[in-house]
Design a protein around this ligand. Structure first.
Ligand SMILES: *Cc1c(COP(=O)(O)O)cnc(C)c1O
Length: 226
């Protein structure tokens, strides 16, 4: 596993931040309206430390167990750091996830909504939730189907879940703009303020379409080990 030297990672972060600012300006938006989530899945401690040293504070992980191994100690040392779950959440990992993550981007099915509502009813605070929509209707991908999104969003909010926005991962082989536009229109229809969309290859497009949270791994940390 090769960790990038800190200067290189700091440079990469600065480049990404500049590109975000440029895309925001081009869209007539404030760069401060966009949260950069550094997706640190599979990255080892030195890379995380380098990103923290470079001032990065929002991080994304896609596996609860991996995050549990990597983050509690770093979060204790950097209490202002926020952890975002960007991968599927199994209900048996829910308690662990709620103890560690500051936002969940992957509310992707009714059963998970049920479990989250149970936890809330039992007096536990929930972090902000993004509903994941499978905009490309890909069988292998998680998320609510577009045709079911309106009803699911209404049900979740009707139950008092703290839904803050929508999230999508467009199909690899399609231009992402239509998917981002669909998600933005759906969020607007429901008065949801946040859009988690855009990765290393398409974050500028996502920002043009209204992304408030971009999830970027490779452009910051380099190719993932393994
Ligand atoms: C890995 C991952 C990312 C980051 O992807 P890059 O192409 O490396 O920027 C973003 N979102 C999700 C859900 C991911 O799993």
């Amino acid at each position: 596993m090769t960790a990038l030297p800190p200067t290189t990672l700091a440079d990469a972060l600065a480049t990404v931040r500049a590109a975000i600012a440029e895309a925001a300006t081009a869209a007539g938006r404030a760069a401060s309206s966009i949260t950069l989530i550094a997706v640190s899945k599979t990255q080892a401690r030195p890379a995380l430390a380098a990103a923290l040293a470079a001032g990065q504070r929002d991080f994304g992980e896609n596996r609860v167990q991996e995050a549990e191994a990597k983050w509690p100690e770093l979060k204790a040392r950097h209490p202002d750091c926020r952890l975002h779950l960007v991968g599927p959440l199994q209900t048996n990992k829910l308690k662990a996830a709620l103890g560690l993550f500051d936002a969940i981007h992957t509310l992707d099915r009714p059963r998970l909504a049920d479990k989250l509502a149970e936890h809330q009813a039992a007096g536990h605070a929930l972090p902000p939730l993004f509903i994941q929509v499978n905009t490309g209707q890909e069988p292998q991908k998680a998320g609510i189907l577009p045709g079911e999104a309106d009803a699911f969003i209404e049900t979740c909010r009707g139950r008092g879940l703290p839904v803050t926005g929508l999230m999508c991962i467009p199909p690899l082989d399609e231009p992402p703009a239509l998917h981002f536009a669909w998600l933005a229109t759906c969020a607007r229809r429901h008065g949801l303020p946040h859009l988690s969309m855009g990765m290393s290859g398409d974050f500028a497009t996502a920002i043009a379409m209204g992304a408030t949270h971009v999830r970027i791994g490779t452009a910051i940390f380099g190719a993932r080990p393994g």
